[in-house]
Design a protein around this ligand. Structure first.
Ligand SMILES: [Zn+2]
Ligand SMILES: [Zn+2]
Length: 174
């Protein structure tokens, strides 16, 4: 299953930051995975409160730019209409959520899903974003935010994932 933990070979158990047990907490959580040349180089699960806390720490400037980027993005809305309640993960991630390039033509991309208990929450997740669009998002972020992200990676992961992420940067943070 795509959104299982590659390292533990099974479902993700805990939130990366607060260690909350995903099957027991009363909040949804997201699972993010980054693929480079079809190899998963980075993955984590995070509960919604931790995710919101992280986003709130981003500078005001970055938050505004990101909100603008996603609001302006018609692709997300038409995607939601097109898939209309589909519960097939593959349909939601078959093309980049922002530029609509097909997954089959991509080697570098990130996927994210939202879970609640042991089930998936649909629309706008599950989502796939190509590394080109990720870079586009990243360029909208302030230096402070990018530094915060680097620190987050260093605090939670050992060397290789952080290095593997460069230069493509920040995957699917909102
Ligand atoms: Zn948490
Ligand atoms: Zn794209």
């Amino acid at each position: 299953m795509l959104f299982h933990c590659f390292e533990q070979d099974g479902p993700f158990q805990q939130c990366l930051t607060c260690d909350g047990k995903l099957l027991e907490i009363s909040d949804p959580y997201t699972i993010t995975k980054v693929f480079r040349s079809t190899e998963c180089v980075f993955e984590y699960a995070m509960c919604l409160p931790c995710r919101q806390k992280m986003a709130a720490e981003f500078s005001q400037e970055s938050q505004e730019r990101l909100n603008h980027f996603y609001k302006r993005n018609q692709a997300l809305q038409s995607r939601s209409q097109k898939l209309n309640q589909s519960h097939v993960v593959e349909e939601w991630i078959q093309e980049c959520a922002t530029c609509q390039k097909p997954l089959t033509e991509l080697a570098h991309y990130s996927v994210a899903c939202m879970g609640f208990g042991d089930s998936l929450v649909f629309d706008p997740f599950p989502m796939m974003i190509c590394s080109t669009c990720e870079q586009d998002v990243q360029e909208r972020l302030s230096k402070t935010t990018r530094d915060q992200w680097d620190k987050f990676i260093q605090d939670h992961f050992e060397g290789p994932p952080a290095d593997a992420l460069k230069p493509d940067g920040i995957p699917l943070i909102v």
